[in-house]
Design a protein around this ligand. Sequence first.
Ligand SMILES: Cc1cc2nc3c(=O)[nH]c(=O)nc-3n(C[C@H](O)[C@H](O)[C@H](O)COP(=O)(O)OP(=O)(O)OC[C@H]3O[C@@H](n4cnc5c(N)ncnc54)[C@H](O)[C@@H]3O)c2cc1C
Length: 426
Amino acid sequence: MKYEIQVNHKGTYDVIVVGSGPAGVAAAISAGRNGSKTLLIESLGRVGGISTSGMMSHFTGRCKNKLYLEILDRAKAKNHYFPELEKKYIDPELLTLTYIEMLEEAKVDILLYTTFCDVLMEGNAVTGIICHNKSGFCRYDAKVIIDASGDGDVAEKSGVEYFKGRESDGKMQPATLMFKVGGVDTKKAVFPGSFETLVQTDKGELQALAKEKLPHPAGHVLLYHSTLPGIVTCNMTNVTDIDGTRAEDLTRAEIICRKQMPLIVDFLREYVPGYENCYIIGSASLIGIRETRHFKGLKTITEQEISAAVQHEDAVVFDAHFNFDVHNISGAGLDKTGCQKHFKQNKGYTIPYGCMVPEKINGLLLSGRNISGTHMAHSNFRAMPICVGIGEACGVAAAIAAKSGKQPRNVDPAEIRKVMGGTENG
Ligand SMILES: Cc1cc2nc3c(=O)[nH]c(=O)nc-3n(C[C@H](O)[C@H](O)[C@H](O)COP(=O)(O)OP(=O)(O)OC[C@H]3O[C@@H](n4cnc5c(N)ncnc54)[C@H](O)[C@@H]3O)c2cc1C
């Protein structure tokens, strides 16, 4: 059967960003602010990726890149309901609006409900993308494409080398569908925020009870404050053996998590102080995929560099702090290689620009959780503040490349630092 697809050319940009998670939004804002004609493409109907559509509770860890601090301040300024709440806590509605305002101010064109499908290449350089949306297939050309899709969909189609999951066997971290419960007595409620937080109750210790009572592979308690009274964000559904780059796996994960949700609520009502009358009020519209592809960049950041807080000479992300947040690959709780609450990082680490530049492909930058790093390093830099820092640097680098006609690999990290400003380590 012969089947022809019509592809309409819709525009030419300096910079196109694919994916609007924290890394994509930051990249688009910073490219736009630095004078690039910029397009941001997102397959969902909302910007923010996991930070909004994923129903995230809070930014964990930190970095010293200016744009991250600006996003926190601007989102917090919109929260007139609970001014006393720490600014790291997220109201997904207000954060979405904050992103939209910042993107519009930076004159970024936003295109929602549009999925990246393929790349156009000249030799080893990406020159454009093919997308699909309600209008059909469309083509956009750009001097630089920033892949902030989380899974590196653009990099994969461009032929950038990658491996999935952990180096030893390709297994990836489990997936979680976040949800919120209302009706919580927050004065009395407990908020175990890490697997290593143990809470003794009259009925037993909560993490142990969860392991015993919840349907495998669920079996841990992670509960977070929200920005609204009586409402708590639950990070407690859990599915293993999921490859987030396969639609069949994503569907299976979504269904398993949805079946776990009422059982988790029964558990909360029975065993967790303050949650005796809780009920589900909503769930994320984007399943939380923690880990998929790791690409080969000019440089690859490792867990050893993070632990030693190496100050790279081509650093563009500064004073990054988080832990090694490796969830159990085959069940509930923390993996034996992971360390959450008890991880101590006294000095912040840096991320070199080379981790954002694919080793062999031109016209392309990697932003967010799909930069070049080991499985263990990724469990740290995937935290949203650090992804925003990466995005800011990518946006500046792409703007410099587009303006000067250089390939991203030839942009000087010192120039990126100078343009970003306010990134001195300390
Ligand atoms: C369950 C869970 C809980 C977490 N908890 C925290 C936490 O408490 N604090 C914290 O700081 N971090 C947390 N993280 C980590 C953090 O949320 C992610 O690592 C971070 O959001 C990654 O940012 P990103 O911009 O790289 O990708 P994402 O946030 O994943 O965004 C990628 C975007 O690209 C879009 N996209 C994908 N493919 C395409 C395509 N082909 N075409 C168009 N658009 C596409 C997606 O729809 C999405 O909007 C959590 C992650 C998960 C999964």
